[in-house]
Design a protein around this ligand. Structure first.
Ligand code: PXP
Length: 235
């Protein structure tokens, strides 16, 4: 199982003073050197952390795969098709949310998302859909030609250590199995940390975990390289 590191928080810190520190590119290079196979950035409509230039700079200097998280908007489609990241992960986006809350509703936006997938495929960009472990959403993702789904692990992470942990875990396990039976490749992410991540090893065939908050938080104490290496060790 591979690790993709989400470095949005590095940009949040940089933007707090409006300057150039800490460098998003340097953070990405350290993650890459520490063994991350992908660097994930979410270019939000409000550009609250990652900016357009960050995506271009990463594309120019990184060997690791760039996974661009984006909403299914015309603006983001245009940017992705001009930057051509390795992959795009389509996420729902609400302006007021602190972070991505809940998975994409593929069923209600089927036509728009299919058009987006087709456009990204025309540039050989791999497409992943960030969805809850809901079998009907997984089926819809397969029907419209997604390459991957990224299972939203937020409910599992919130339930970790509580009575409903096993229920939420089983939803992920069953969702992954069903997706794989339809030919989808499966990633997972959101809210994963150094304690709960070990359980992801009990889900067969997961390709990649995308983790941001816990790694960047731990980096404050042990440094980014060590924080990434420790997470890789666990997964
Ligand atoms: N995957 C997706 C699609 C996300 O939107 C996020 C948060 O930006 C993550 C993974 C990483 O979540 P966390 O920061 O909680 O590790």
């Amino acid at each position: 199982m591979n690790l993709g590191v989400n470095i949005d928080h590095v940009a949040t810190l940089r933007n707090a003073r409006g300057g150039i520190e800490p460098s998003v590119l340097d953070a990405a290079l350290i993650c890459e050197m520490a063994g991350a196979t992908a660097i994930t950035v979410h270019l939000r409509e409000d550009r609250r952390h990652i900016k357009d230039d960050d995506v271009l700079t990463l594309k120019k200097h990184l060997k690791a795969k760039i996974n661009l998280e984006m909403a299914a908007t015309d603006e983001m489609q245009e940017i992705a098709m001009s930057v051509i990241p390795y992959s795009c992960c389509i996420v729902p986006e609400k302006r007021q949310e602190l972070t991505t809350e809940g998975g994409l509703d593929v069923i209600s936006k089927k036509d728009r998302i299919k058009t987006l997938i087709d456009a990204l495929h025309s540039k050989n960009i791999i497409v992943s859909l960030f969805i809850d472990p809901d079998l009907t959403q997984i089926k819809a993702a397969s029907d419209i030609g997604a390459d991957y789904i990224e299972l939203h692990t937020g409910s599992f992470s919130n339930a970790f250590g509580k009575d409903n942990e096993i229920i939420e875990f089983n939803k992920l396990k069953d969702g992954a199995k069903y997706a794989q039976s339809l030919g989808l490749k499966v990633n997972a992410g959101h809210g994963l940390n150094y304690e709960n991540v070990a359980l992801m090893n009990k889900i067969d065939g997961l390709c990649e975990l995308n983790i941001g908050h816990s790694i960047i938080s731990r980096a404050i104490f042990v440094g980014l390289e060590m924080a990434v290496k420790e997470m890789i060790e666990l997964i």
